[in-house]
Ligand binder design. Structure first.
Ligand SMILES: Nc1ncnc2c1ncn2[C@@H]1O[C@H](COP(=O)(O)OP(=O)(O)OP(=O)(O)O)[C@@H](O)[C@H]1O
Length: 299
């Protein structure tokens, strides 16, 4: 079996990922040097405009697609080195998936318990009945055990889908727009359920979403722009002067290994920055100024 050693604390480690698609002779760079690390047991949301590369990243992490360049390891497995049988094993045991469409997550003619049992039998997991009951209880859908998907609400179906994704004790849980078909209140329940399993089971969790409320449910939200990680919002609990706890959310620009960062579009347009900027190293920060051409440089 092909196993490489990734940094001990990184469950997901993508470095300089490039994915170029060619359609009708035209090349599209869906990922343009994306670097992302998620520590073991971490919970991260990936957000970004349509076409920014989120699904492409998820396709690679799920083992369905391969990058054109760059390296990617998940739970210590080098995804570029997997042979086809290892890839099947990776998809069955190392990662679990939750998709947007409930029909893709659950078989409609099976009950919740049978959907779980099927996932476990395919991977050869033992003690299926006990594990199915425990997972359904953990996700607060024990009452749905003997129901088919059409007999459950959208939120219940997604929570059962999370249970199915966890059936084979994956190290990493990947979710693609898991709240895409749900209203706001139900979305919040499903995101909280994902946060709960991340905390209870320690499964590293990555959620790709358009849901603007996601950053209220996770400590780390990474924004992808033009196929690269651009900014991150980190939330933590702070204590104010009166000793009350409150949530602090701070936005950071992502700095890659060679020192590149993306300035937010609104900064560029407000200051008319393009082509080149002046940089100055100060004692505790770096200044960035728009380049204003000198008189003699002007045509
Ligand atoms: N199989 C493909 N062939 C050609 N181009 C593709 C293919 N898959 C994705 N692309 C292109 O790559 C870019 C990134 O697409 P991707 O689906 O990863 O974005 P996304 O952020 O997931 O968008 P959305 O939020 O709309 O799902 C887009 O320009 C898209 O048109």
């Amino acid at each position: 079996m092909t196993t490489v050693t990734a940094p001990a604390d990184a469950a997901i480690d993508c470095t300089d990922l490039v994915r170029i698609f060619t359609a009708d002779g035209i090349e599209v760079q869906a990922l343009q040097g994306l670097t992302l690390r998620v520590e073991s047991g971490g919970l991260v949301a990936i957000v970004g405009a349509s076409g920014s590369g989120k699904s492409t990243l998820l396709g690679i992490l799920s083992g369905l697609d391969k990058p054109t360049a760059g390296t990617v390891t998940v739970a210590g497995r080098d995804l570029l080195a997997l042979r086809s049988r290892e890839r099947v094993d990776y998809r069955r045991r190392t990662v679990g998936f939750v998709w947007q469409q409930t029909s893709r997550n659950l078989l409609g003619y099976l009950t919740a318990r049978e959907n779980l049992a099927l996932a476990m039998s395919v991977a050869g997991t033992g003690d299926r009945d006990r594990r199915a009951t425990e997972l359904l209880e953990l996700l607060e859908v024990g009452h749905c055990a003997d129901r088919r998907p059409t007999e459950m609400s959208g939120g219940e179906q997604q929570r059962v889908a999370i249970a199915v994704a966890l059936a084979n004790e994956p190290r990493v849980l990947l979710a693609d727009e898991p709240t895409g078909e749900l209203d706001e209140a139900t979305s919040a329940e499903v995101l909280e359920a994902m946060r709960g399993v991340n905390r209870e089971l320690g499964v590293t969790t990555l959620i790709v979403t358009h849901d603007p409320t996601v950053s209220e449910h996770v400590a780390r939200t990474v924004q992808i722009r033009d196929g690269r990680t651009a900014t991150e919002v980190l939330r933590r609990t702070g204590v104010n002067e009166e000793g009350h706890e409150h949530t602090v959310a701070e936005e950071f620009a992502v700095l890659d290994r060679v020192g590149r960062l993306q300035l937010p579009q609104e900064y560029l347009s407000t200051l008319g920055m393009r082509d080149r900027v002046r940089l100055a190293l100060e004692q505790d920060h770096v200044g960035v100024w728009p380049h204003v051409a000198d008189e003699e440089e002007r045509p």
